[in-house]
Write a protein that binds this ligand. Structure first.
Ligand SMILES: [Fe+2]
Ligand SMILES: [Fe+2]
Length: 387
């Protein structure tokens, strides 16, 4: 799950053709010295927006409790019907069979190139930073888990989603550990760094922003894991293809739930929903692992993203395609009865996929002119990988 964002960052520097200043609850904190948002590598920012949803709108989410129970919680699978990592790993309870299965696993993995492992490791590290994502969901006004074991539908979803996601990093981590093809100590360090760094997706504690972000992200991970599955199959590791495929299908189910929530927000509050979508797109959807670090290369996220782009696992084209998909899914073009700000936001969003694609075409043409370079990745024992 990665994306080379350079070509998209130009959107962030342009002002949206409307103002969001009507949002009464925006608190702008200008601090001196600047607020440190991220500990290890992260961006310092002096302009932090928090609690940007009008306080009375919390009632919307309270009123959707029963709706969420019947429409969102159904997308969680019961534990006894869920797959578990052991279903796809060598059976450690069978002493003889275990060693044989590990041997076979290692033979299969030998067919996979180092560049594939770079992308799979990056995806796995992203999954392993799950504590950050649960934390992020619990920053959101109106839906956070207030006690840690709250029985609201929103809190039940957050914990259930986290419990399902937890299997993703767990399974990939164990498979990669057994493969012998990657430097696990470096990978473990990277995970620890990433969880320490956190992330800053600029939710502003706002559920409109938060659920737009998660809709986007779940589709991005569905695409990314789907493509690592496809590549594993092409390289002859059918077991790994199955693993990535089963994870991708979870992401698809999560996408369905999150896009339903946003669809509901478009139905009951189209103005704020479209303003939130435009606002998030203006900021660009930051990947959850954008603060990735391995203790050696402070550009490792960008290098990992470049490899993912080159292998076609997750590309800038996917970013534009996801946005186009969501615009259609939420019928944004057909939104009626908007304020003038809402209409401007709608038009901005609807024109964005083609703008992103045009920029990406230019960026690709420029890249093609440049000589290719290689970067050593600690995750694969310092092997040079083309970026
Ligand atoms: Fe996941
Ligand atoms: Fe997911």
């Amino acid at each position: 799950m990665a994306l080379k964002l350079n070509t998209l960052s130009s959107f962030a520097s342009k002002k949206l053709p409307y103002s969001q200043s009507h949002r009464r609850s925006i608190i702008r904190i200008r601090s001196s010295p600047p607020v440190m948002m991220c500990s290890a590598l992260g961006a310092k920012t002096k302009d932090v927006v928090t609690h940007s949803m009008a306080p009375e709108k919390v009632e919307i989410f309270k009123s959707l409790e029963t709706w969420a129970e019947h429409n969102i919680l159904i997308h969680l699978k019961p534990v006894d019907k869920s797959w578990q990592p052991t279903d796809f790993l060598p059976d450690s309870e069978s002493s003889e069979g275990f060693y044989e299965q590990v041997k076979e696993l290692r033979e299969r993995c030998k067919q996979l190139p180092a560049e594939y492992f770079v992308v799979l490791v990056g995806d796995m590290i992203t999954e392993e930073a799950l504590p950050t994502y649960q934390t992020m969901l619990n920053t959101i006004d109106g839906v956070r888990d207030e006690t840690g074991a709250s029985l609201t539908s929103w809190a039940t979803w957050i914990r259930g989603w986290t419990a399902e996601e937890n299997r993703h990093g767990d399974l990939l981590n164990k498979y990669l550990y057994l493969s012998g093809c990657v430097d696990m100590k470096q990978i473990e360090r990277s995970i620890q760094y990433l969880i320490r760094s956190g992330m800053d997706p600029k939710f502003e504690n706002n559920p409109y922003n938060g659920f737009i972000y998660t809709s986007f992200q779940e589709r991005a991970t569905f695409i990314s894991h789907g493509n690592t599955a496809r590549l594993a199959k092409e390289h002859g590791d059918m077991k790994l293809a199955q693993i990535c495929g089963v994870i991708a299908s979870d992401e698809k189910r999560h996408e369905l739930a999150y896009t339903k929530i946003v669809e509901k927000l478009f139905e009951i509050d189209p103005d704020d929903a479209i303003l939130a979508l435009a606002g998030m797109m203006k900021k660009t959807i930051k990947m959850p692992a954008h603060l990735m670090y391995d203790g050696q290369n402070d550009k490792i996220f960008y290098h990992f993203s470049a490899v993912a782009q080159r292998l076609g696992v997750y590309t800038a084209k996917d970013y534009a395609d996801i946005l186009a998909f969501l615009i259609e899914r939420w019928e944004v073009e057909k939104l009626m009865g908007l304020t003038s700000e809402g209409r401007k936001a709608r038009d901005f969003v609807c024109g964005l996929p083609s703008r992103i694609r045009r920029l990406e075409d230019k960026a690709q043409a420029n890249m093609a002119k440049k000589a290719c370079s290689t970067v050593p990745f600690s995750w694969v024992f310092g092997k040079d990988i083309r970026v």
